[in-house]
Design a protein around this ligand. Structure first.
Ligand SMILES: [Zn+2]
Length: 476
C-alpha cells in the first residue's frame, strides 16, 4: 500500500485497514498474542485481531498493510512529561537535585516563555513521541502564564496528531495572568467537548505542600476538578525531600494522602506521580482507593529526588501496577524503550540483591512483559483512557505501532516482547497509527514539515536565551 492511499482514505470514516501477517502482541489476555496474525481497523477503531482476517476485510476492499517482519503492538503511553521545556532538551543532563532543576527551568527560563514558545516545545515533544512509538502522552503543562499559553499547548498537541492529555497547571514562579484554575472551564468548552477529539483535559496539581507555587492537592481543588468532570494528575508526590521545607498549616505529603484517603477523596480519577518516600499508611490508602500510580523512575534517580530509588517495588508490594513516565527531557531521554529498560533493571537489581543477601522473601523479578504492560495498559489507565487505548482490543481506538523485527539490530525474531523491550529503539518504529490515522510510515513522520519546525524551535530557544541571559554552552 502507498502512503497516498493511506492518507487519502483518512476522511472515509468507514475505511478499513488490514494489518496483515505481523507478529501480534495485543497486551490483552482475552485477545492473546499470535506468531502471525492480522489486525483489522475500521475508521478510528480496532474491529478484529486474529489469524486470517482477509475475508473480514470486506471482500478485499480493505487497505492492506503488509506487516510481515514486524511486531504489531499497542502504542506506548507516557504518563507524564513537561513538554513546554523541550527547546531545552538535554540542557542540564547532570542536574543535581530538585532545587537545581527548578532554578534553571521554572525560575529562570520559564519566565520568558511566550505562547509560541510553549507551542514549539509541545510540538517537538509530541512529534518526538510519535517517532518513538508513543501514541499517548500526558503533558503536565505547568507554565500556563496566560490563557493564550494554554491554547498554544493544546494547539501543538492537536497539530502533532497525538492522543494528548493536557494536564493544566499554572507557572511556579514569576508574574502571570492568574487565570488558573477557572480558565479550565473555558478550555473544556473550547477544546474538549467534541466526541471526535483525540485530547482529554485534566487538572495538574502537586502532592507536596512545599514545592514552588501554590498547586497543592487540597480537597477544594479535587472538588473543583470533579465538578468540572475532569480527572486529576498530581506531580511531585514526594515525601520528606530534604531540599523541601515544611509550609506552616499544611500537612506533609504522606499525611495529606492519608487525610484525603480517609475522607474518601482519593480514587481512580486521581493519578499520583513519583510517589517517593511515602509512609506505609499513604501507600495503603492509595492501594485501597484504587488511586493510580505513575512512576518517574529515571527522573527520581537522575535528578536525585528524595531517596532517589524509584518506588517500583513499593507499588508492587501493594499490588499496584504502575504506569511509567519520562518527566523532563531537559535531563532525560525522549523514548519509552529506555524507560522500560531502566525500570526492568532497577527492580531486578534490587530483587536479586536481596536474594544474594539471604532474603528468603526476595521479590519476584519483573519480566519484559511486566514493563511492557506498564508502558501500555497501565499508562492508558493512569491517563484515564483504559477503555480507549493501551491494548489491541476490538472496540478500542486503533493506536498501534509496527516494530521492525527483521532490522539489523532486531533480526531474527526469537522473542517478541523481549525484542520490543530489550532490543528495539526508535529506529525500529516502522509505522505508527493513532485513531487509525497514519502518523509515521516507513520510518518517517507523516505530514510534518520538519524544516519549518526546526526553524521555530531554534528561534524560540534563542529568544528565551537572549531574554533570560542564561549562560548557554553546548560544550558544558
Ligand atoms: Zn514532573
Amino acid at each position: 500500500v502507498t502512503l497516498e492511499r493511506l492518507t487519502g482514505a483518512n476522511a472515509d470514516r468507514k475505511r478499513r485497514i488490514l494489518f496483515e501477517g505481523g507478529t501480534v502482541i495485543s497486551m490483552d489476555p482475552q485477545v492473546g498474542d499470535f506468531v502471525q496474525a492480522d489486525v483489522l481497523v475500521e475508521g478510528t477503531k480496532i474491529v478484529a485481531v486474529g489469524p486470517n482476517l482477509k475475508a473480514a476485510g470486506r471482500d478485499g476492499q480493505a487497505i492492506v498493510v503488509d506487516a510481515t517482519g514486524t511486531i504489531v503492538m499497542p502504542g506506548l503511553v507516557d504518563g507524564h512529561r513537561h513538554c513546554w521545556q523541550n527547546q531545552f532538551r538535554r540542557l542540564i543532563p547532570n542536574v543535581d537535585g530538585n532545587d537545581a532543576y527548578i532554578a534553571v527551568t521554572h525560575q529562570w527560563l520559564a519566565l520568558h516563555y511566550r505562547p509560541e514558545d510553549i507551542y514549539a516545545g509541545n510540538l517537538i515533544t509530541a512529534l518526538g513521541c510519535i517517532d518513538a512509538g508513543i501514541t499517548c502522552l500526558l503533558d503536565f503543562s505547568h507554565n500556563s502564564r496566560s490563557a493564550a499559553h494554554s491554547d498554544a499547548a493544546i494547539r501543538a498537541l492537536i497539530e502533532a496528531g497525538i492522543r494528548g492529555v493536557h494536564a493544566s497547571a499554572p507557572p511556579n514562579a514569576g508574574g502571570w495572568d492568574e487565570q488558573w484554575p477557572q480558565d479550565l472551564v473555558r478550555l473544556k468548552r473550547e477544546y474538549f467537548s467534541s466526541a471526535e477529539q483525540l485530547l482529554t483535559l485534566r487538572i495538574g496539581l502537586y502532592g507536596s505542600p512545599d514545592l514552588l507555587g501554590d498547586l497543592f492537592m487540597t480537597p477544594e481543588r479535587l472538588a473543583f476538578a470533579r465538578d468540572l468532570g475532569i480527572a486529576v494528575s498530581v506531580d511531585g508526590v514526594i515525601g520528606h525531600d530534604p531540599s523541601l521545607t515544611e509550609r506552616p498549616g499544611r500537612p506533609l505529603t504522606s499525611a495529606n494522602l492519608e487525610q484525603l484517603g480517609g475522607a474518601g477523596l482519593l480514587g481512580p480519577d486521581v493519578t499520583l506521580i513519583h510517589c517517593l518516600d511515602l509512609s506505609d499508611a499513604a501507600w495503603r490508602t492509595i492501594a485501597e482507593s484504587g488511586t493510580k500510580v505513575c512512576l518517574a523512575a529515571t527522573s527520581d534517580a537522575q535528578l536525585g529526588l528524595a531517596e532517589a530509588i524509584p518506588p517500583i517495588q513499593k507499588a508492587l508490594d501493594y499490588e499496584i501496577r504502575p504506569a511509567l513516565s519520562i518527566d523532563v527531557e531537559v535531563s532525560l531521554t525522549t523514548d519509552m524503550f529506555s524507560q522500560m529498560r531502566a525500570v526492568l533493571q532497577t527492580q531486578r537489581m534490587l530483587a536479586f540483591n536481596r536474594r544474594y543477601q539471604g532474603d528468603k522473601d526476595y521479590p519476584r523479578p519483573l519480566t519484559v512483559r511486566d514493563v511492557l504492560e506498564f508502558a501500555t495498559v497501565q499508562g492508558a489507565s493512569a491517563n484515564g483512557l483504559s477503555n480507549t487505548v493501551g491494548s489491541l482490543t476490538p472496540g478500542k481506538e486503533a493506536d498501534l505501532v509496527l516494530i521492525g523485527a527483521e532490522d539489523v539490530n532486531t533480526m531474527p525474531l526469537n522473542n517478541a516482547v523481549g525484542t520490543i523491550v530489550s532490543g528495539a529503539d526508535s529506529r525500529n518504529v516502522e509505522a505508527v497509527f493513532i485513531a487509525g490515522m497514519v502518523r509515521k510510515w516507513r520510518g518517517e513522520l507523516v505530514g510534518q514539515d520538519l524544516s519549518r519546525i526546526r526553524r521555530l524551535v531554534h528561534e524560540s530557544r534563542d529568544h528565551i536565551l537572549n531574554k533570560s541571559g542564561y549562560p548557554f554552552d553546548i560544550l558544558a
